[in-house]
Design a protein around this ligand. Structure first.
Ligand code: WQD
Length: 340
């Protein structure tokens, strides 16, 4: 069974391709290489022994998307990661985000709904909940007005898919709302490769420990949490990747209970910024230089998942710990920077 993975050379995409291949799926990747390198194919092949097919393609090019589906008529499903995902950048470049994240989704769906049947997995985000009233966050928590065009593209994307699934009965979809993906594959063949100054906490930590950054700025320690810093649900990217295989297989085997389903993917445990720093220091043995600075606009105080629905329906539960994820992230950073 051949599965299209868009954005398959990216951080979460590449780890998902590995788990798909491990589960016996054939994979073809589309990536525009705007935020990933073709060398990632070597890393995937080094792990699984199988090199995925690859097409460099901009999903905003409707004709190119249509030509792809003619060439790969045997594709029976898609996992859609390809999107611009920098929250801050999206505020300054809204049209880039609406075009790249939404036009490409519509062109993909037009092709998939033209097939006899198609299974679709959408990369969504816990950002749709904003600051949830109740913790842990369940899938029935209200979707809040987005704080950024990036977050809005995830909300609108879910609505586009939901409305499409209502009309095309042979089109089945699942939206996966990720909490905070971190870490790297244990082989150290693939991992996170943020371009420029990392916006996310863990790559900034590992780059600081590797000496690329002077010190980590902790965005506020005056929040109403145990130690005053924000709380997030940090999930190992390999656990997250395995959840995608479970979700796809649920559709392939028609175990879905409706044509559009939503699952939160997290560990169910919240960790504060200071807890992440302390855990990193324990696993790496590196003293991390950091300073407390002002809060970052748009940050929610706390967000962590209620994992009941995914555990019961997907038969999936995260297995790796925060320490495992930070250890793997550090090993990857050292490899990329040539540090022993
Ligand atoms: C985590 C915590 C920061 C950097 C974002 C997107 C979300 C998803 C994951 C794409 C926060 C603090 C961070 C730093 C810090 N992205 N922090 N110093 O904001 O929870 O989620 O990335 O899908 O959609 O919103 O993740 O890693 O940026 O921040 O103190 O240099 O670390 O304030 O509390 P976030 P993050």
């Amino acid at each position: 069974m051949k599965i299209l993975v868009t954005g398959g050379l990216g951080f979460i995409g590449s780890h998902t391709v590995v788990e798909l291949q491990n589960a016996g799926y054939e994979v073809v990747i589309i990536d525009d290489l705007s935020n990933a390198s073709e060398d990632v194919l070597d890393g995937i092949e080094a792990i699984t022994g199988k090199r995925p097919e690859f097409e460099k393609l901009d999903l905003r090019d409707r004709n190119a998307v249509s030509a792809f589906f003619k060439k790969y008529a045997d594709v029976s499903g898609a996992i859609h990661f390809a999107a611009s995902k920098a929250v801050g950048e999206s505020v300054h470049k809204p049209l880039l985000y609406y075009e790249n994240n939404l036009s490409s989704l519509v062109y993909l769906l037009k092709e998939l709904t033209g097939k006899a049947s198609a299974n679709f997995i959408f990369s969504s985000s816990c950002t749709v909940y904003g600051q949830a009233e109740e913790l842990p966050i369940t899938e029935s928590a209200p979707v809040k007005p987005a704080e950024s065009p990036y977050g809005n593209t995830k909300q609108i994307g879910e609505e586009i898919i939901r409305d499409t699934a209502k009309v095309y009965e042979n089109f089945k979809a699942i939206a996966l709302r990720y909490f905070n993906p971190i870490g790297a594959h244990e082989s150290v063949e693939i991992g996170e490769l943020p371009l420029g100054v990392p916006q996310n906490l863990v790559p900034f930590i590992t780059q600081t420990a590797a000496g690329l950054r002077e010190e980590l700025s902790v965005f506020g320690n005056d929040y109403p949490t145990e130690d005053g810093t924000c709380v997030r649900d940090y999930i190992h990217v390999v656990d997250l990747a395995k959840a995608h295989v479970k979700a796809l297989t649920r559709l392939v085997e028609s175990e879905n209970k409706s044509n559009y389903e939503v699952f939160n993917l997290g560990t169910g445990t919240g960790s504060s910024v200071l807890e992440v720093i302390n855990t990193f220091e324990e696993v790496s043995g590196v003293q991390l230089p950091y300073k407390i600075v002002d809060r970052r606009e748009g940050d929610v105080v706390a967000a962590y998942a209620d994992t009941e629905h995914a555990n019961n329906e997907l038969g999936w539960k995260s297995e790796l710990t925060l320490a495992d994820a930070l250890d793997s992230a550090w090993k990857w950073e050292k490899k990329v920077r040539g540090i022993k």
